[in-house]
Design a binder for this molecule. Structure first.
Ligand code: COA
Length: 243
């Protein structure tokens, strides 16, 4: 794995920690962050010692203030940008990870920041968190899956409202909308994420992975197909498979 500059990747007691680390730019997501995140996600996916991962941001003010607007203005043509994206599909990699991912959110969680959070399975937010999707106001649409992951999380009407109006919401409303699982005081954000991670990492990792897949993959299937998926995943866990 290469050296990281705009993220911090740590491994401690079976937990992977990914920290977005551009506090001077409110952890805005730039190309370098994409490349480093891609490597860290690969490590989380492939390292058998990692049972669960926590995503967070450095600095007091933001988890992530969205795509880096300085790169946005100087970006190559959309066609080239799209080709590069295909070569390094960080979002596809994110969503393909079958280990549980926890987002610990604070401050500004905008654009790509929400999209990173939506690639995680459990989202915790500190009381000061603000969520927003500025993309349409900038003449673009989400490019990291947000137009698909947000409605699957908070439903069609509220996702459309957030995206089309650009209205920001605070932690309390995010909790009411089920965008986040819990709202906690800032000082308890990381400890709360670690309590969840510790609970999960002590379970059988295959059962955890199958449970995650049953829900995340099943949601995109019909009930009948979903039941088949559940039976198939459950079959991998039946005691006779372990003898
Ligand atoms: N890309 C690049 N730099 C960003 C950034 C972004 N998305 N968001 C914030 N920054 C930088 C600012 O340029 C500033 O840098 P500087 O100190 O070198 O001037 C620094 O982070 C602090 O931001 P600032 O705007 O001074 O803080 P604020 O409290 O006045 O406003 C925000 C905070 C989040 C409201 C504001 O920074 C903002 O609107 N950011 C852009 C959000 C956005 O549209 N993201 C793109 C989504 S697609």
């Amino acid at each position: 794995m290469g050296r990281f500059e705009v993220i911090i990747y740590q491994k401690q007691n079976d937990i992977g920690y990914v920290t977005l680390n551009r506090p001077q730019a409110l952890n805005a997501y730039n190309l370098q962050m994409r490349d480093e995140l891609y490597q860290a996600l690969g490590a989380i996916k492939d390292d058998p010692e990692i049972k669960v991962a926590i995503f967070r941001g450095t600095g007091e003010r933001a988890f992530c203030a969205g795509a880096d607007l300085t790169e946005f203005l100087t970006a190559p043509s959309p066609v080239i940008a799209r080709q590069v994206r295909w070569k390094r599909d960080v979002w596809g990699l994110f969503l393909s990870i079958t280990k549980p991912l926890i987002a610990a959110l604070h401050g500004y969680v905008l654009g790509s920041g929400i999209e990173i959070a939506l690639c995680c399975d459990i989202r915790l937010a500190s009381e000061d968190t603000q969520f927003g999707l500025p993309e349409v106001g900038l003449g673009i649409i989400p490019a990291a899956g947000g137009s698909q992951t947000l409605p699957r999380t908070i439903g069609r009407a509220k996702a459309l409202e957030m995206l089309l109006t650009g209205r920001w919401i605070e932690a309390k409303e995010a909790h009411q909308l089920r965008l986040v699982n819990q709202v906690v005081p800032r000082h308890d954000l990381l400890p709360a994420a670690e309590r969840l991670a510790k609970k999960i990492k002590n379970y059988n990792p295959i059962a955890v992975s199958c449970a995650k897949q049953a829900i995340t993959r099943g949601l995109d299937l019909t009930l009948e197909q979903g039941l088949e998926l559940e039976a198939k995943l459950g079959g991998c866990l039946s005691p006779d498979k372990h003898t």
